[in-house]
Design a protein around this ligand. Structure first.
Ligand code: AMP
Ligand code: MG
Length: 475
């Protein structure tokens, strides 16, 4: 019975792009969750996914028909430090499929056992981080952020040894592709220009088909990635999202958010907010994300130098120009996001100052990011300020600029985000075998804009004793 109509393309690339191997079996697969909405979007039968044969496949115990399992090679800069050999250490690409609307998707198992790239890791994933990735990636999708998705969670019945003994799980991750900046770096660092060219052609065909007709397709590809990352990071900023590990191996060329480790949504606003337990220097703090994205894109540009057309001077200049363009692209995307959030029509000279002034008073008041913007539409933003005078001053500037309270903004500024304390509570209950809070939270987050009285507690910031200050990769 074919449940997933595999149609693989990455597996057609040369053998040095991956290691072929099967997932390692687990003791007792137990289906925790299937994402019916996503299954239907992919054209898959959600009921068929829940049958034992398919659950065994999503646990890695049997191979579904048509799968060509492999672990992808990649390298990357981790916190700025170069690592020439990373790769899928705990993930297996089963293959790809084309959805009814023509979009191609990777189907990957995460937490599926050791691979040649596992180094000292066990290739496994604890249930907690898997539930976390499920919740946050699906919330991001509902918030209109390009992102990898979560199709299923299967508990393995095996223990995973971290600081504590934890139950293991496998996440089925869906992505436009898993090609990373680090995938390009892997081959470029080895001087393998043929591979860089093949990978570029592959990525163009999948993600930037228009680039194929450009005068220099590789340059058009680079420009395309720069553009998508600029809008992606602007979208993160508009939601108070902090990725937390923007290493070059955690940045896709498709423009999707990937690798939900220690990421978090801010409650109270501070530009230098950091949650990740391993980000000691604040490299990946909220306000640094655009700068870091550009740094990563410079790594991509450098990797593409051998396949850009022209002499050394010309390619360097073109690459630098493409990366420099990020600054304005991001700035404009960010301004557009923020103007939209504030209901400002058109573009005026003083808009950036107006937006920055709001952020300044929010910072001083430690105002809740989400509720401040949500409250712009009905005056309740004021409640976020202990001393509302600063906000009132800003508000009159905003009115003078043409800002007006309108409920239309409720479709722009979400009420529900995956607040850390809610995510933690859902995970804690799940680890005790109670998945109702997980299911309830997913339901609320699937419609982030509509206020419902029965969901009121989900909109609230954490009480002091509920606050979560640190998040962990949990790998
Ligand atoms: P991450 O920080 O999760 O993006 O992972 C960075 C690198 O470490 C990637 O090459 C992962 O495949 C690898 N890795 C992370 N956790 C594990 C694990 N439990 N076992 C093996 N490899 C891992
Ligand atoms: Mg990663």
């Amino acid at each position: 019975m074919t449940v997933i109509p595999f149609e693989n393309s990455f597996a057609r690339l040369p053998e040095r792009f991956y290691a072929r191997l099967s997932p390692e079996p687990v003791s007792a697969p137990n289906l925790i969750k299937v994402n019916h909405t996503l299954a239907l979007r992919l054209g898959l039968d959600p009921i068929a996914i829940e049958r034992p044969g398919m659950v065994a496949a999503l646990a890695g115990n049997v191979l579904p028909e048509g799968a060509e399992p492999l672990a992808q090679d990649y390298a990357g800069h981790q916190f700025g430090n170069w690592n020439p050999q990373l790769g899928d250490g705990r993930a297996i690409l089963l293959g790809e499929m084309v959805a009814p609307d023509g979009y191609r998707f990777d189907i990957q198992l995460k937490g599926s056992g050791r691979t040649p790239f596992s180094r000292r890791g066990d290739g496994r994933a604890p249930l907690g981080p898997v539930l976390r990735e499920y919740i946050i990636s699906e919330a991001m999708a509902a918030l209109g952020v390009p992102t990898t998705r979560s199709l299923a969670v299967v508990a393995t019945g095996d223990s995973v040894y971290r600081d504590e003994i934890e139950p293991g799980a496998v996440l089925t991750r869906i992505a436009a592709s898993h090609i990373r900046v680090g995938t390009f770096q892997f081959f470029a660092a080895r001087g393998d220009s043929d591979a860089v060219r093949l990978l570029t052609d592959h990525a163009i065909a999948r993600h930037y088909p228009d680039a194929a007709a450009a005068e220099d397709p590789a340059l058009a590809f680079l420009q395309g990635v720069v553009g998508r990352q600029a809008t992606l990071v602007a979208r993160w900023m508009a939601l108070g999202f902090i990725h937390g590990v923007m290493n070059t191996d955690n940045m896709t060329v498709s423009g999707e958010t990937i690798d939900y480790g220690p990421c978090a949504f801010m409650d109270s606003y501070h530009p230098l907010r950091v949650f990740s337990s391993i980000d000691h220097g604040g490299r990946y703090a909220y306000a640094n994300q655009a700068r870091i994205a550009q740094w990563n894109l410079a790594c991509l540009a450098q990797s593409l130098l051998p396949v850009l057309s022209g002499d050394e001077d010309a390619t360097l200049k073109a690459a630098r120009h493409a990366v420099d363009a990020f600054s304005d692209l991001f700035r404009n995307a960010w301004l557009t996001e923020m103007r939209t959030k504030l209901g400002l029509a058109g573009a005026e000279e003083g808009d950036a100052v107006l937006i920055e002034n709001l952020l300044k008073v929010m910072e001083e008041a430690e105002a809740d990011f989400t509720l401040t913007f949500r409250g712009i539409s009905n005056g309740s933003a004021r409640e976020q300020f202990r001393d509302p005078k600063a906000f009132d001053r800003w508000s009159s500037d905003w009115s003078a600029r043409g800002g007006a309270e309108t409920s239309d903004l409720n479709q722009i500024n979400p009420l529900f985000i995956p607040r850390n304390h809610l995510v933690e509570a859902a995970i804690t209950a799940g680890l005790d075998g109670d998945f109702k809070p997980f299911e309830d939270l997913l339901r609320v987050l699937s419609d982030p804009y509509t206020a419902r009285s029965e969901h009121a507690t989900y909109a609230k910031p954490p009480q002091p004793d509920e606050r979560v200050y640190q998040t962990f990769c949990g790998t």
